[in-house]
Design a binder for this molecule. Structure first.
Ligand SMILES: Cc1ncc(COP(=O)(O)O)c(C=O)c1O
Length: 305
């Protein structure tokens, strides 16, 4: 049990270094906080591209890495599910290179289509490290997560954790255990899955009506969608306009290793606004998108009233 996935990744970075692994591959675009953390822990992070089927495994061959950090259930940020043949290829790569795979399952509880995506870890528990968290299901402020480790990595990881004196609160661990054992956690996840699904559906119908030209990605799961912007629409204009109306949109820039050479895009998170403000938030969002420099690119403008 850890204080969330970031701590899990920090601990694993130390464990990998101690085993002589100093290069780790990551999805490109990928979660920038992990990238910064791994670098701060002294590892070289090698970007490997993703496409609609997740990480392009053949590009791992040339990476020289002996570990990879992936988000196979819902790629962060573009939302692809790692395709079955890619899953097999990734595990095959790990076996041939005696490498480790870190599976960051940050929002796997929230899948809205009817195709369950199993954990990679179950397919090769000796090579895949599973990292779970309650940051999406309960609250990031709780700082509670977990690792499922190959037996040989258990002791070194526990030692790294001990060195950091990084034990999450026992009271919160016991409360979490009670929630799980009583079935309350499961009920909560099922209830919130419905709630987020409704929010996602409202967001998608608003975008379909007011910004039909946008390409959306990763809509089948999670708490955000990624949006491709047409080349002639300035991402910072959309972000600034939304910010002026009190709405934070995230540019995809930080997710790229080299943000100067990338397509424009945004992530739109739909979990944060309170229920009573959600409909109005969508109106503000539609206005921020449709008042972009070339309105016709997205579709028709909406009134903020
Ligand atoms: C890709 C990814 N991994 C993990 C996390 C959660 O990390 P933590 O458990 O440290 O809050 C997030 C949260 O935004 C995330 O986007």
């Amino acid at each position: 049990v850890t204080s969330g996935t970031l701590q899990s990744v920090g601990l694993l970075a130390r464990v990998l270094s101690a085993r002589g692994i100093d290069r780790i591959a990551m999805e490109q675009p990928g979660f920038h906080i992990h990238r910064a953390l791994l670098r701060r822990c002294g590892l070289t992070v090698v970007p490997v591209p993703v496409d609609g089927d997740g990480i392009v495994v053949e590009r791992l061959e040339r990476s020289g890495a002996r570990a990879v950090l992936v988000t196979p259930a819902h790629q962060m940020p573009l939302g692809a599910v790692l395709a079955p043949d890619r899953r097999a290829a990734l595990l095959d790569w790990a076996e041939r290179h005696d490498a480790l795979v870190i599976e960051d399952d940050y929002d796997g509880e929230y899948r809205y289509d009817h195709q369950p995506v199993g954990a990679l870890q179950g397919l090769d528990p000796d090579r895949v490290i599973y990292a779970g968290t309650v940051s999406k299901t309960l609250a990031p402020a709780l700082r509670l997560g977990w690792l499922v480790l190959p037996q040989r990595l258990l002791e070194p990881t526990l030692q790294a954790k001990e060195l950091l004196a990084a034990e999450p609160s026992a009271i919160e661990q016991l409360t979490m255990a009670e929630l799980m054992q009583s079935g309350a956690y499961d009920r909560h996840v099922r209830r919130t899955r419905l709630r987020y699904r409704r929010r996602r559906d409202l967001l998608l119908s608003m975008l379909a009506e007011h910004a039909p030209a946008l390409t959306l990605r990763g809509i089948a799961a999670g708490l955000h969608v990624a949006v491709d912007l047409p080349p002639d629409v300035a991402e910072h204009d959309v972000v600034a306009r939304a910010a002026a109306a009190g709405l934070r949109l995230n540019s995809l820039a930080p997710f790229w290793h080299d943000p100067t050479d990338r397509p424009g895009g945004l992530t739109i998170g739909y979990a944060a606004p309170p229920d009573h403000a959600y409909a109005q938030t969508l109106v503000v969002l539609a206005a921020a998108l449709t008042q972009a420099s070339d309105q016709t690119r997205f579709g028709r403008a909406v009134s903020t009233r």
